[in-house]
Write a protein that binds this ligand. Structure first.
Ligand code: ADP
Ligand code: MG
Length: 280
């Protein structure tokens, strides 16, 4: 039931968790109930129009969750709420057991371990791939080193590891501006990974990618599952199929709430889901 917890030697059942008496580390996300993100009754109104309408959603630690839904369903607004960009009118939003996202600023939320990838990559085109990863490293601003100072072995190893994960190790010394569209998207994901996010939010990550790049992106996300939790919003159903492989959960949003949840085949055969997709 809980491979991540088991792998880390954490309790895997509710009874074990309840008996453990967790010692919390300040600033660390508390995953003692195995839920990394918990939304309950989130409502967001724009001039009376409810972009989110009592949205409730829970993502497990280490889970890879796909969110689908027609245009205007509220998918991007949901990410805006999670990252603190948009303030909900009502509802609960928690990161782990203890961090109340509604009380945190955007930078605090990012620092706590929620990373977001926007559709348009925000890479430094005139720097190399390696330098982009170096610049993205989480460092104390007071001791931020310039690009040209010597970097420590730990940083170098971390960059090398990230380059392998995003499959750009052979492009390390290329200018980022010269990468293909797909490679730029992977570099931006690498830049997010340099900050050790616990939860990654990815809004339409394969838009504009070739089929081959899309397949490689699915492999990349699957390789991150477990160590990170991922929430992937996507229109491309073949990509969702590659990511979920018939067993991971898909959530369908419609008019700001959850319409259906289950494996892809089940939700695609749900009459209400068929109607909202046909009706758009
Ligand atoms: N800042 C805003 N002001 C007014 N309406 C907005 C704003 N952001 C989103 N909306 C509306 O909220 C609804 C949900 O939008 P969005 O979250 O972008 O949907 P999705 O990402 O699922 O396509 C849409 O009808 C959109 O027009
Ligand atoms: Mg959107």
């Amino acid at each position: 039931m809980n491979a991540v917890a088991a792998a880390e030697g954490l309790p895997t059942t509710w009874e074990d968790q309840a008996n453990l008496g967790h010692v919390l580390v300040p600033g660390e996300v508390d995953l003692s109930h195995n839920v990394i993100l918990y939304l309950e009754g989130i409502t967001v109104s724009f001039d009376g129009f409810k972009a989110l309408n009592k949205l409730s959603l829970a993502i497990d630690a280490g889970e890879l969750r796909c969110i689908i839904g027609p245009n205007g369903a509220g998918k991007t607004t949901m990410m805006d709420v999670i990252t603190g960009k948009t303030r909900p009118d009502a509802g609960k939003a928690f990161f782990g057991q203890t961090m109340n996202l509604r009380l945190m600023t955007e930078p605090q939320i990012a620092h706590a371990g929620i990373g977001r990838k926007f559709q348009k990559p925000t890479i430094f085109e005139n720097h190399t791939v390696f330098e982009n990863l170096e610049l993205a490293m989480k460092t104390d601003k007071r001791v931020r080193r310039s690009l040209f100072s010597v970097i420590d072995t730990e940083t170098r190893d971390k960059i090398a590891e990230t380059l392998r994960v995003i499959r750009l190790d052979r492009e390390a010394d290329r200018l980022a501006g010269l990468l293909s569209h797909g490679q730029k998207q992977w570099l931006e994901i690498g830049m997010l990974l340099m900050q050790d996010p616990k939860l990654l939010l990815l809004d339409e990550p394969v838009a504009g990618m070739t089929d081959d790049e899309t397949a490689r992106t699915a492999e990349l996300f699957l390789s991150l599952e477990g160590k990170h939790s991922l929430v992937v919003v996507e229109h491309d159903m073949s990509f969702v199929d590659q990511l979920t492989q018939g067993r991971r959960k898909v959530t369908v949003l419609h008019e700001g709430s959850v319409l259906a949840e289950g494996d892809l085949a089940t939700v695609q055969n749900d009459q209400r889901v068929i109607e909202v997709y046909l009706g758009r």
